[in-house]
Ligand binder design. Structure first.
Ligand code: AMP
Length: 495
């Protein structure tokens, strides 16, 4: 199957050819003809499947006819985060270069005035995060009654971030006759309900089983004790000793942890950036750009900031914290092993993480082996500890209205309300006390990196570490002599 069989316009086909893509991905092959036939589409697909082009390319074809009117966008794309919104805009810029379309981005952290000016000129494609979009509609600067096509992307992420009430509000502002394209990686009950309410006889397209992990990703876990410094020590050893490590994203569950780990790694001489939801937009963009360009090989990130980002060729993902929700694990490790490449995902598991790990293994239907030579975690608990068990935080514990207000992009920027997206709120530390994991020091000492290197080996990331310092204290001297040069490149990052 080639792109020319899908019904795309000549201009769009030329733009696709210019990118060098010759064969549509399965989601593109299946979705594009239905979008062009103006049907609603329910796409169950993860990022990395080419799903963005699956809606961008037919939209560009459909938009060749017609003109935008002031303050009345013709099409609307909703994204959960600013980075994802910016990424979608890049695709419109890339594939739509030959068309004179007005594409506008409505995201937090950017001045209202500039956005308002763009809206006044008339917009063909509006790409927005829900909070900022509603802020504009409430100010009266934006009418959604002209929207012919609505895309709701990363819907399950919207749910996690408490955006669903916002989405429902927005859908009600758009004419019933619109076409709706709805993409989600997983189908929890709340998302299924939304699809029944807002899609009309949709074409359902599922390109991979929800919650399956990428085939090319080798997954491992390593056990540590309860103390935070033990995780940091093990992480440093993994970073120094891992084979074929070109770059890595290190995930933490909370933004406070992102900031702490960033500082710690920086102090230990690693070239590292940080990405979390409380950083200002320019710092987020700068960190991401540096990581994409390879200027910094390590990025410490929270789920909110990192989900769905298209960063090609990430060799390693580390779960510094095991995610509390198993589907986040799938998304995190999906940052590596993209486009057919091999990747490695290593989770650092303390006794507090055992329940989350059990839920992950249940979800992905396989057990994750210990790092070769490392100490295994305690046997996985019974499935009674999986999500939905007594200690698991409900996915949707907030009332609708409260969630709406708190979920606004503006709130996360500190300009409204005080609620925070679930992912970046303090997790409940429950259940850990019942687990009897390995003793802290023993766990760290027991770790041997995969294929422990002989002294003469030149590993890709570093030489064997000097004996680890006992604690991460501010007085700890940072010995950088054992690090490879590229990890020591200076980096400016504001977090
Ligand atoms: P997405 O799932 O939209 O995040 O896309 C993942 C990656 O696949 C992006 O880097 C796209 O540029 C790339 N991509 C999209 N369509 C194709 C295609 N037909 N062939 C090869 N790569 C593609």
């Amino acid at each position: 199957m080639s792109f020319s069989h899908l019904g795309l316009s000549d201009k769009v086909l030329a733009a696709v050819a210019a990118t060098g893509y010759t064969t549509p991905t399965p989601i593109q092959e299946q979705a594009i003809p239905h979008v062009l036939a103006r049907r609603d589409v329910l796409g169950i697909a993860q990022t990395g499947t080419g799903k963005t082009a699956a809606f961008v390319l037919p939209m560009l074809t459909l938009l060749e006819k017609g003109r935008a009117r002031a303050r009345m966008p013709r099409t609307l794309i909703l994204e959960p985060t600013r980075e994802l919104a910016a990424q979608v805009k890049e695709q419109f810029d890339k594939y739509g270069a030959g068309q004179k379309l007005n594409v506008a981005l409505l995201i937090g952290g950017v001045s209202f005035g500039d956005q308002d000016t763009k809206l006044t000129r008339g917009v063909d494609v509006l790409i927005a995060t829900p909070g900022r979009l509603l802020d504009h509609t409430e100010r009266g600067g934006l009418l959604l009654t002209g929207v012919e096509l609505l895309v709701i992307d990363e819907a399950d992420r919207m749910l996690d971030m408490g955006f669903i009430p916002d989405i429902e509000r927005i859908c009600k502002m758009i004419p019933f006759t619109r076409q709706t394209l709805f993409f989600t990686a997983t189908m929890p009950p709340e998302i299924a309900r939304i699809t029944e309410t807002f899609l009309h006889n949709p074409q359902r397209i599922e390109v991979s089983r929800p919650a399956t992990t990428a085939v090319g990703v080798s997954q491992f876990q390593i056990s540590v004790g309860r103390e935070p410094h033990e995780k940091r020590e093990v992480l440093r050893r993994l970073l120094r000793d891992a084979q074929d490590l070109n770059n890595a994203i290190i995930f933490c569950n909370r933004k406070r942890e992102v900031a702490l780990l960033y500082k710690s790694l920086h102090k230990h001489g690693f070239s590292v950036g940080a990405l979390h939801g409380d950083m200002d937009q320019s710092a987020r963009t700068a960190a991401l750009d540096q990581f994409r360009k390879g200027e910094i090989p390590l990025l410490v990130a929270s789920d909110v900031a990192a989900r769905g980002l298209d960063i090609p060729a990430v060799s390693h993902v580390f779960n510094f914290d095991v995610p509390h929700h198993a589907d986040d694990y799938v998304h995190r490790i999906g940052r590596t092993g993209r486009a057919g490449r091999a990747g490695t995902a290593i989770s650092i598991v303390s006794p507090l993480d055992h329940k989350s790990m059990a839920a992950i293994e249940k979800l992905i239907g396989q057990s994750i082996p210990p790092v070769e030579g490392g100490s295994a975690v305690q046997p996985i608990e019974s499935t009674a500890a999986a999500p939905g068990g007594e200690s698991e935080q409900p996915r949707h514990s907030r009332g609708r209205d409260g969630a709406r207000e708190g979920s606004r992009e503006g709130s996360r920027e500190g300009s409204r309300g005080s609620r925070k997206p679930r992912r970046e709120r303090e997790p409940r530390r429950s259940g850990g006390g019942r687990n009897s994991g390995p003793q802290p020091q023993a766990a760290v000492a027991a770790f041997t990196p995969p294929s422990a290197p002989p002294p003469s080996r030149t590993p890709s990331i570093g030489r064997p570490e000097a004996p680890p310092a006992p604690r991460d204290t501010s007085s700890e001297p940072a010995d950088h002599s054992h690090l490879p040069a590229f990890l020591l490149r200076p980096v400016r990052a504001r977090i």
